[in-house]
Structures are given as structure tokens and as C-alpha cells.
Design a protein around this ligand. Sequence first.
Ligand code: ATP
Ligand code: MG
Length: 378
Amino acid sequence: MENPFYITGIIPEPYFCDRDEETKWMVRTLKNKAHILLTSPRRMGKTQLIRHVFEQPAIKNKYHTFYVDIYPTTSLYELVLFLSKEIYSVLVPKGKVVLDKFLACLHSLSGSFGYDPFSHTPKFDIKLGDIHSPELTLEEIFGYLEQADKPCVFAIDEFQQIAMYPEKNVEATLRSHIQKLNNCLFIYAGSNRHILENMFNSAAKPFYNSAEQIYLGSIPKDIYMEFAHKQFAKAERKITPEATSFAYDQFEGHTYYVHNVLHNVFAYTNKNKKIDKDDVNNALDLIVEEKGRTFATIMNQLNYQQKETLVAIAKERKASGVTSVAFVKRHSLKSPSSVQHAINILLEKQLLTYENEGRTKVYSVSDGFLEKWICKTW
Ligand SMILES: Nc1ncnc2c1ncn2[C@@H]1O[C@H](COP(=O)(O)OP(=O)(O)OP(=O)(O)O)[C@@H](O)[C@H]1O
Ligand SMILES: [Mg+2]
């Protein structure tokens, strides 16, 4: 029996949990020809949701769907490379006529990809050095999307990355291309909510007001628990409601972490035993222990102030008023200003995240397992 709790790769439909409302909303929004901005904390399930939306018949049968994660890109050159590579790989299986239309649009890259002259099979062999004028190639890519034989949906994951490119006016350039398209809708996704919301909600920014917004939170507890119990039952295994409830509560339902714990519970608990809360706790301990080395390396790269601040926030789980004298005293920290400085670095390293609650910032450790490890170790 395969493990029904997928923690990597594409999740087959029977093992995909919930997101019914979000899926319906996204399909409806695309059908109404609006672009979408999808944000959530890291590892909540954005990428899986996009893939799930692409599998819906209303989308799958009508559109070409493209998905690209631009997290590794740091320049417009790389963006152009990633976009063209994705379009190419989606179109290859659709046959020569469809692919040729794309090749015909990309004059600036002709020679670097197309068909192998000997075997006549399609090949994509573009290197960064082959892209001489990314603006021009970008224009050609959008030109293709406009003329494609079907309407397109293009998901660009970790979209906040474009704000970091060294080239000037990338946002304005992209936006002006996208504004002209009638044949292609975009899903912009990412976990850096603050950068993304600033891109889409500030009147002075090119992407202002150009997408319908959805924020993805945890799957509701009752729905997640029902899903989990069904998965165990299908495998003729038993688990107590206290056990699944405990797993969920450890991470406030944060999808990846809860799922990962149940994956391990499923994999390593004796098949004939009725799984209880202790088994879940053991699985959690094992995961945290296994990751301990990596976590220790991360901690060793921090200076003393940063370490102390991270530990203090981990211990509070959700920390507000972090620069108050009370917080500094409670955790024997140096001073409010040293805490503020440390927090800036920890945010930059993505070890911390924050939510705005009214006018206060509530900080927490980004990685749920790291938080548990810190609480155990310090
Ligand atoms: N609907 C779901 N059903 C089952 N498992 C899910 C679901 N959504 C997320 N997961 C679990 O959470 C993991 C992370 O999901 P995903 O990669 O979609 O998150 P993400 O928000 O894109 O994360 P990141 O910010 O790191 O890109 C998945 O690998 C899977 O284990
Ligand atoms: Mg993702």
C-alpha cells in the first residue's frame, strides 16, 4: 500500500485534500477572465492547489496550462529562459502543428531550439548566453500566447522574485505586455505576502488592482481529520480522533507539517496497532531529531543576538510586541534595538515570518519543525 500522505511531487487526485471552495473560486475567476493573485504562508499548499485547478475539466479541456516556479531566477534573462522552456515542454506532446506555431514566434532564439536536424525530434537547447535581448524575446513569448491555438492560463509561482531583478522597470514591462493580452490569464502566486500585496495594492505600482486576490490558510480541522481518517481506513488501519486532532493542533493545521507527521505515522507505526496520540508524538520527535543536524548548521550561521531572538520567538510560537521592554526582559535579551536588528536579518534569511494583526506585527518561525526543534534544544 502506498503512503496516502504525499509530502513531495504531484499529489494524485484521490490523495488531494479539500480546497473545494478555493478551487471553485479560482475556476470561476478564470472563466470570468480575471487574473489571480494567490498568496499563503510557505508550505500551505499553493503549488498543489494550482495543479489541482489545472486538472479541473473546465480548465484542462479549454486552456493550455503553464506553470513555472521562478524562485531560482535572479534576472530577466532567466525569467525569459524559464518561460520559454515551460511553454516548449507543454507544447511538445501536443504535436508538431501546435509546437511550430510557438517556434515561428521566437525569431530571436531561432537556431537554439526547434528540431534536431538529424533525428527531426524537438530539442530545446537554449542557454542563458543565447538570449541577447530578453525584452525582445519576452515580447515574442507574449506574442505567441496571444496567438496560441487555445486560450492559455499561465501560473507564475514565487512571482515576488521579479521585484529582485536588477533590470529596471521589469514590473512595468511585464504589466504592459499582459494588459494587451486577450488570450492568456495569469495566476501570480507566492509566499512573500508583503512584497506581493505591495505590488498589487499600491496605486503607484504597475500591477495595481490587476488581479483578484485569494489568501490560502489551513484546511479546516474537521475536513482535514475526516480526510486523514478515510486514508487510514482505506489501508485498513486505525487511528484515534485524538491522534489526528493532536497532529493538526501541533501546527495549527499548517498543511505540509501536519501531512508530513501523518506520512511518518503511516510509514513507521506497526500496521496492527491502533494509532494513538503517543505514536504521533513519537513520529514528530523522530522527524525533528532527523532534521537536527541541518537545523544546527542553520543556527551556527547566526550571531548571538540573532540566535537569542529566534529562540525567544520560537518559545512564544506567536510573538507580538517583540521590541517592547517586557519582551526583552522576559527573554533576557540585550535591547529593543538589537532585537529589531536581529529580526530584520532573520526575516531576510526567511527564518522568520510575520502577520499583521491590526497595527501589530506577529512573528513566528517560518519552519514548523525548526520551531519544535528549537523549543526542545534550547
Ligand atoms: N490539498 C492538499 N492535499 C494534500 N496534501 C497537501 C495539500 N496541499 C498541500 N499539501 C501538502 O503540503 C505540501 C506543500 O504543498 P505546496 O508545495 O503546494 O505548498 P506551497 O504553498 O506551494 O509551498 P512553498 O511556499 O514552499 O512553495 C505538499 O507537498 C503536500 O505534502
Ligand atoms: Mg510552492
